[in-house]
Design a binder for this molecule. Structure first.
Ligand SMILES: Nc1ncnc2c1ncn2[C@@H]1O[C@H](COP(=O)(O)OP(=O)(O)OP(=O)(O)O)[C@@H](O)[C@H]1O
Ligand SMILES: Nc1nc2c(c(=O)[nH]1)N=C(CO)CN2
Length: 178
């Protein structure tokens, strides 16, 4: 698989952990996607629209042979499969998947923007991303991810399930050369 991407997941309705587990399993079950690493699961205070329940958030690193647009389609299919409805802007959702990075590419279209334009200010994204890869450089600005993480203040981001426990409970089948 020739491409590396990072995907952020969030849920704040229903069995939040089960939605994350099912989504990551669905990603790994896709014939053109292999999940290489999972972060811890974090419980996070809602950002933006604050009158809603706390989220569970995590980030996964994947290898894929899909183009960025085909990867977006795959993530949107998974959101739909798990009943995602968009009612309130930045409001409650069973499942949200955002593509953060795709190789070192900068993409700006109406449908897809990579790096994800709001990732820089989101502790619930930066902290799990940094946990997976401490040496990442953000391609659009060529800044180390570390410099963003070090600037985060009151984060409202707490470990809810450790990385090791997540790996044990997700039990993802290892995939070679998809
Ligand atoms: N990097 C990206 N990852 C996922 N969706 C993206 C990305 N860039 C643009 N989009 C577009 O955003 C739309 C999804 O918006 P959505 O309703 O999920 O926003 P949101 O999750 O409420 O807010 P936010 O984008 O701030 O997380 C999709 O239709 C998709 O075309
Ligand atoms: N803590 C937290 N807050 C949010 C989240 C999220 O995933 N976690 N997603 C949003 C829209 O994508 C808006 N606000």
């Amino acid at each position: 698989m020739e491409h590396i991407a990072y995907i952020a997941l969030g849920s704040n309705i229903g069995d939040r952990f089960d939605y994350l587990r099912k989504a990551v399993t669905a990603l790994n079950n896709h014939s053109c996607i292999s999940v290489l690493a999972t972060s811890s699961v974090y419980e996070t205070d809602p950002v933006g629209y604050v009158e809603q329940a706390c989220f569970l958030n995590m980030v996964v690193k994947v290898a894929t042979s899909l183009s960025p647009f085909a990867l977006l389609e795959a993530t949107m299919d998974i959101e739909k499969q798990f009943g995602r409805k968009r009612e309130v802007h930045w409001g409650p959702r069973t499942l949200d998947l955002d593509i953060l990075l795709y190789n070192h590419e900068n993409i700006e279209t109406e449908q897809l923007i990579i790096p994800h334009p709001r990732m820089y200010e989101r502790a619930f994204v930066l902290i799990p991303l940094f946990e997976i890869d401490e040496s990442l450089i953000i391609p659009s600005v060529q800044h180390p991810l570390r410099s963003y993480v070090e600037q985060l203040s009151d984060q409202g981001v707490r470990i809810w399930k450790s990385r090791q426990a997540v790996e044990e409970q997700f039990m993802l089948a290892r995939k070679e050369g998809v």
